[in-house]
Design a binder for this molecule. Sequence first.
Ligand code: ADP
Ligand code: MG
Ligand code: MG
Length: 252
Amino acid sequence: MLKIEGLHANVEGNEILKGLDMTVNPGEVHAIMGPNGAGKSTLGYVLSAREEYEVTAGKVSFKEQDLLELEVDERARAGVFLAFQYPVEIPGVSNMEFLKESVNAVRKERGQEALTAAEFLKRAKEACKQVNLPLDFLKRGVNEGFSGGEKKRNEIMQMIMLEPTLCILDESDSGLDIDALKVVADGVNSQRSDDRSFIVITHYQRLLDFIKPDFVHILADGKIVKSGGPELAKEVEASGYAWLENHEEASA
Ligand code: ADP
Ligand code: MG
Ligand code: MG
């Protein structure tokens, strides 16, 4: 589904990703952990086509397509959900209108009929209920004064509504409370399926108490330095990242 090969990326002229490789198959949940400043969010931003993040080498293919060649909206229509893409505040456009347009654009790309207003509303109500967001929230302007927790709920609600093939989430905000973490975890767990994959970038081991990943990768200094199963997250929880220094000495 997703194949990242030898990915190098610069931010403000500094090389942050230094040859990252990763493969995600359908139905898999991959967690990315690693020390602060390792490049985890940078990876998310590169996959999200954020402007300041410049790919200097490597390939990213999603299904048969070159993901890096696709614009942000093309990535979304191709079935990639990027939780980073908060739309800029668009005066006069409500969350509801924005989401309905996005959902129908994605459906069109898949050859599905557009949702009627009634069907959209029905699904939106269910999704709001699942993330514990009042439906009234959808009537607010896009990005109008959201708290951290509301942003997170809104993001997961969007993920549920868009039915993506690949979801990329970066749980990097230290401000997230346990309820918000659980919303993220419940959202991921409820959407897991044989044909949908997740990359969950996390600065919290705790999130992985609620989401059981199939694979855990440690990203350090711009590369994946270790991959394993869920037990790797437990190891990190117990012993931190001190072993990385030995690893670097060993490989130097
Ligand atoms: P992580 O998410 O693993 O903590 P980041 O990807 O946020 O790490 O950051 C990796 C490195 O890239 C850090 O040294 C950080 O300072 C730098 N960096 C990230 N984004 C920017 C930016 N927009 N401008 C300058 N430096 C950045
Ligand atoms: Mg950081
Ligand atoms: Mg980060």
